[in-house]
Design a protein around this ligand. Structure first.
Ligand code: UTP
Length: 278
């Protein structure tokens, strides 16, 4: 079964400037946890314990977050404040962490290809931490794992989006094989509103076969001059089965200020306060 989850975290986060000038976007806190921690928790809950980061310059805080801070630990040992560290300590114990650097920010496809060094020749999960996904039941990666267990196919998470938003996403067209599960027949990266073949948008959760690496190696730069994962996935869909799964739960686009504020309010009201009352 799968063990590895790749986190491409090398992007500049320009939509969040100036906050992201010296701090990684993935370290922005939604209430009291950085975005990337939510993603890592989701991966661990799905049984993916080998966490692989594709990082870049200025991303050191991510490495430090998943490491022991001896001075801090020593300072608060035995005090009430120690309880605040329990969650992250558990994560550090459960996971194994590795990273490599994307030398140039040339798109999500390029970031994933950079991760080949860590992933090797086995299927793997991918989480884009700026898509924060929350669900009362199993997380989105666990849901994708369930589909993968049944089918053994590459699978991407999708959601229906309003027509005016299609231009922000990779859009899939597919034949519905069972309720909420589509076999992908076509994909378009960020189509203009009114020109999209459907409103089924790919969100930042994937289970990929290692054959994607060879396809990415031969994928020319696409939209915005970047190597697009969507282009390689479409090539894969032409030769093998690629599934798109309408996940259960809520997704917040925390790469945008509006989505981030929405997520913060939601987590504060429905997760954080509930935890404090418990
Ligand atoms: P985004 O496009 O949402 O992130 O990529 P970004 O480029 O950092 O954001 P803006 O548009 O400038 O505000 C989705 C994920 O893919 C990673 C990003 O770090 C983010 O987690 N990514 C993107 C890479 O790792 N490398 C890339 O070349 C591009």
């Amino acid at each position: 079964m799968l063990k590895k989850c790749l986190f491409p975290v090398a992007g500049y986060g320009t939509r969040f400037l100036p906050a992201t000038k010296a701090m990684p976007k993935e370290m922005l806190p939604v209430v009291n946890k950085p975005l990337v921690q939510y993603g890592v928790e989701e991966a661990l809950a799905a049984g993916l314990h080998e966490i692989c980061f594709v990082t870049g310059r200025g991303k050191r805080a991510i490495h430090d977050h998943f490491d022991i801070s001896y001075e801090l630990e020593h300072q608060i040992a035995g005090s009430d404040k120690e309880s605040y560290l329990v969650g992250i300590r558990d994560i550090i114990q459960q996971g194994r962490f590795a990273s490599t650097r994307q030398l140039e920010v040339k798109g999500l496809g390029h970031a994933i290809l950079t991760g080949e060094l860590l992933v090797g020749n086995e299927p793997f999960g991918v989480i884009l931490a700026d898509d924060l996904c929350l669900n009362d039941g199993p997380g989105v990666m666990s849901q994708l794992m369930e589909v993968y267990r049944r089918t053994g196919s590459t699978v991407v998470a999708i959601e229906e989006v309003p027509e005016q938003e299609v231009s922000k996403f990779g859009i899939v067209v597919g034949e519905e094989e069972e309720p909420g599960l589509y076999r992908v027949t076509d994909m378009v990266e960020k189509p203009q509103a009114g020109q999209a073949p459907s409103n089924l948008a790919i969100i930042g959760r994937y289970i990929l076969s290692p054959s994607i690496f060879e396809l990415l190696r031969h994928t020319p730069p696409g939209k915005n001059g970047e190597i697009q994962l969507t282009d390689a996935l479409l090539m894969l869909a032409r030769t093998s089965r690629v599934l798109a799964y309408k996940f259960e739960g809520r997704r917040f686009d925390c790469g945008s200020v509006g989505g981030f504020v929405e997520a913060t309010n939601f987590v504060y009201q429905h997760v954080y306060q509930r935890g404090c009352d418990a």
